[in-house]
Design a protein around this ligand. Sequence first.
Ligand code: SF4
Length: 513
Amino acid sequence: MRVHLVNPSDLAFGVGVITPRWLYVIAGATPERYGDPLIVDETLEPFDPDRVQPGDVVGIGVHTFNSLRGYEVGRIARDRGATVVFGGVHASLYPDEARELGGAHAVVKGDGDVVWPGVLADCANGGPRELYEGGRIEADQFVPARWDLIPPDRYMWGSVQTVRGCPKHCSFCSVWRSDGQRPRQRASDRVIQELVELRRMGYRFVVLADDNFYPVTLRDLKVADRKADKSRLHELEAIRAERFELMARLAELPKDMFFFTQITMEVADDPQFMDAMRAARIRGALVGIESVTAEGLKAVYKNFNSSGDDLVRVLRTFRRHGLHVLGSFIFGLPTDRPDTFDATVELAERADIAFAQFVMLSPLPGTLDFLAWEEAMAGDSRRIAGQPLTRYWLIPQHLRPKLYIPHPAMSPEEIRERTQRVWDRFYSLRSIWERSRVTPNLGFRLAFVLISKLYRQMYANTGIATDSARVSRSTRMARWLAAPCRRLFVARPMPDLEAPKLRAEQPLLHKCD
Ligand code: SF4
């Protein structure tokens, strides 16, 4: 019984930017007696059905946007006599769909790390149950990734998770509902061990694949401090202390290692934390800016973000601390108007952010927005390729609408066109060259240009384009850019690298005064 793990994708680029962590974690959770799993990441190369034999187990992890391709892979694998098991955030929400459309024998809901060996044992002993509840496991149960299985010369960045869960509750985001609002932090030893392993192999750029790297804000501490019962305050202080401990240890890793993470912008008001990030060589962060107006932020329950001139101040604070921001903006919010698009890109330019992504508001399953939209659409009888709009991920890609939630002031096409123009403006060669001034020399400036263009080809053209010719052009261009970009990120392996020890004098508790 051979175990196959498949990350489905309609588009293959030959080289991947970030290692799909789940593949290597579930490989790590696979008991030795089944041998090394055969890992297939379709963002590199398509799945080859001929490698599947009757009696094998094929594990497929899906999120909403690759679920349709995942179901195709599942049916192919089942036809070849394999036992098919689905997992991932989308299968957790729609287990019946994976069974009906994806040929699933079994579905794992929630975290797969702990439950996976039991699923395999059942597969080997007569067949799996229909459903397994993985739940939300504690951080000390997170399984380390099997980085020894990573194919050589294929990825630019490693990915290591340090904390799961986010205390916020943004209406368009499913993270806090699937991973929970209580941060589950891994002990620094385990994180450092994985990072050392990656650096030994030559990976010096690593994404800290966290839901929110800053789970306790100064405001949270102040609110907890006002209470007579200090137990919550002590809990939050302990979480914060562990963050500082981790960052102090990141700083001890080889100086050519750099990190990128996801974080809320509240960290800009916490200079102690930002200084620690800088010392840890966390050089970039994805920051969910979403909207540049207070009304837009209110619409998505993200009032804790800054807007207008204060937003510019906050984003420049990141830059002052050596942190390059990948700003994420949403278009299509009910408060958006035609002038919102120019205002957004102008603010992005004024705020000195290095990279940006401009996404169109989509009701994502598992979010509050989706629940409200699904309810509002209850009487809608429209079908595309036999599917209601509330199951849009089952509509073939080329027929899928680009926007679903009706806007009070603009048509879907107007929002799409304006969004495309914003990408075009932000990633014009002139703008990229201007932004590349942040780098120290000509070589880095050229690298910045190359990476910006790759980012745009991979994410903008393929996501927003309406015609298939543009999508295939972009995919070809991304394939062509990806290989030289990869060489910019990797380094000579350091097979003898040892993990730095936790030093006694490293600060364990940083309180806000
Ligand atoms: S968008 Fe970011 S801050 Fe908001 S809930 Fe999701 S992960 Fe947390």
